[in-house]
Write a protein that binds this ligand. Structure first.
Ligand code: PLP
Length: 407
């Protein structure tokens, strides 16, 4: 598939020793991924040799920076297979992308009493953004329940549609359960009701091919930092037919055509939604990250990570008193949440850390799902293209040691 050692060598941080003793075992990729050299080097090169503000200068550097920035947009367009670069908006991340849709779609197409369908397994960003709109104009949230196995209850989903349903906003992959939702079916059902769909792809885009035209989603959001790119940049894909009819998100430079105190007109897509100086260096980093992933091949990455996920679920499942959350089938990817007996997740995470193993603990920004699971939090191991089976073994050994210490 690919040479794992050669790939790991591209990520200097993976060679670190933690507490001067243990090799780093980084299993918190769902929170953020590490960065390969080519991402950091491309950004450094831009700061050292190209830096100038984009879209505003006639001078050489500004033209070059603008060309790089727009080339990055084209890289993202191809990566998602969007039909036009006008449909690719740069944002600060998934959170901003979802807030943009809630605010601007909400303003254009929703009024008091209208409904958005979300699910019980959403990240807070896909709940609270809609609650803000609820507070502003009185919309209602309808919630798809999660089954005992950790899947969306698709029958309940179908029943949630009413004549007031205006949009569905649902995650592709759960950041807690690792559930890969049947997103194509979710979209098909919504479209049968003439309702558009926003897909939160924060946890899917780094792990599987996502083709917005094949999915036929109306909006899709992801974060650069979860796919080996820099922090501070993300993407909102939106169909032109929707974006054209939505008002701008923020006011400022870039997003206008003409400004006067009597009347201001707005810029064309995608700039209408990109007020202010964009993070044009981060867009270069994101494009490099996408090149990196493309060179390895998304199918190879997915095969490797699925194998790791299967192995981790099997090994953790074999440990006494360990409960693994999420579906036990092929629709479980890259994220494994678990609970060990009565050991508090925070104690487990803290002691694993003392062994150099980085896992996430807590509610994972998904408190409603924690209520559904009847827990306060979990430990979560989440995988990336550079993780190894030996690291899963280290996690299993670590859990054994913590149990001896605490039980
Ligand atoms: N949605 C999901 C499913 C996530 O896992 C996350 C991050 O953990 C987000 C949204 C928010 O992403 P960001 O903080 O990069 O905006």
């Amino acid at each position: 598939m690919y040479d794992l050692e050669a790939v790991r060598a591209q990520f200097p941080i993976l060679a670190r020793t933690i507490y001067n003793k243990y090799p780093l075992v980084y299993l918190d990729n769902g929170a953020t991924t590490q960065k390969p050299r080519q991402v950091v080097e491309a950004m450094t090169e831009e700061y050292y040799n190209v830096n100038a503000n984009v879209h505003r200068g006639v001078h050489f550097l500004s033209q070059q920076a603008t060309e790089l920035h727009e080339r990055s947009r084209e890289v993202v367009r191809r990566f998602l297979n969007a039909s036009s670069a006008n449909e690719i908006l740069f944002t600060r991340g998934t959170t901003e992308s979802i807030n943009l849709v809630a605010a601007c779609f909400g303003q254009a197409f929703m009024k008091e009493g209208d409904e958005v369908i979300v699910s019980e397994m959403e990240h807070h960003s896909n709940i609270v953004s809609w609650q803000l709109l609820q507070q502003r104009i009185g919309i209602r949230l309808r919630v798809v329940p999660v089954t005992e196995e950790g899947r969306l209850d698709m029958e309940a989903y179908e029943r949630l549609f009413t004549p007031r349903t205006r949009i569905v906003s649902i995650t592709h992959v759960s950041n807690v359960l690792g559930t890969v939702n049947p997103i194509k079916e979710v979209i098909r059902i919504a479209h049968a009701h003439d309702v558009p769909v926003l897909v939160d792809a924060a946890q899917s885009v780094p792990h599987m091919s996502v083709d917005v035209q094949a999915l036929d989603c109306d909006f899709l959001a992801f974060s650069g930092h979860k796919i080996y790119g820099p922090t501070g940049i993300g993407v909102l894909y939106g169909k032109e037919t929707w974006l054209d009819r939505m008002p701008p998100y923020m006011g400022g430079g870039e997003m206008i055509e003409h400004v006067s105190f009597e009347k201001t007109t707005f810029n064309a897509l995608p700039y209408k939604f990109e007020a202010g100086t964009p993070d044009y260096v981060a867009s270069t980093g994101l494009a490099q990250a996408i090149h990196f992933v493309n060179e390895l091949g998304m199918d190879n990455i997915q095969a490797h990570e699925s194998e790791l996920t299967r192995y981790a679920m099997e090994q953790l499942g074999n440990l006494p008193a360990v409960h693994v959350f999420g579906p036990k089938g092929d629709d479980h990817d890259a994220v494994v949440s678990f609970q060990v007996g009565h050991i508090h997740h925070l104690d487990m995470g803290t002691l694993l850390d003392r062994l150099g193993i980085a896992v996430r603990t807590g509610h994972h920004c998904a408190e409603p799902l924690m209520h559904r699971l009847g827990v306060e939090g979990t430990c979560r191991a989440s995988f990336a293209l550079y993780n190894t089976k030996a690291e899963v073994d280290a996690l299993v050994q670590g859990i054994r040691r913590v149990r001896v210490m605490l039980e």
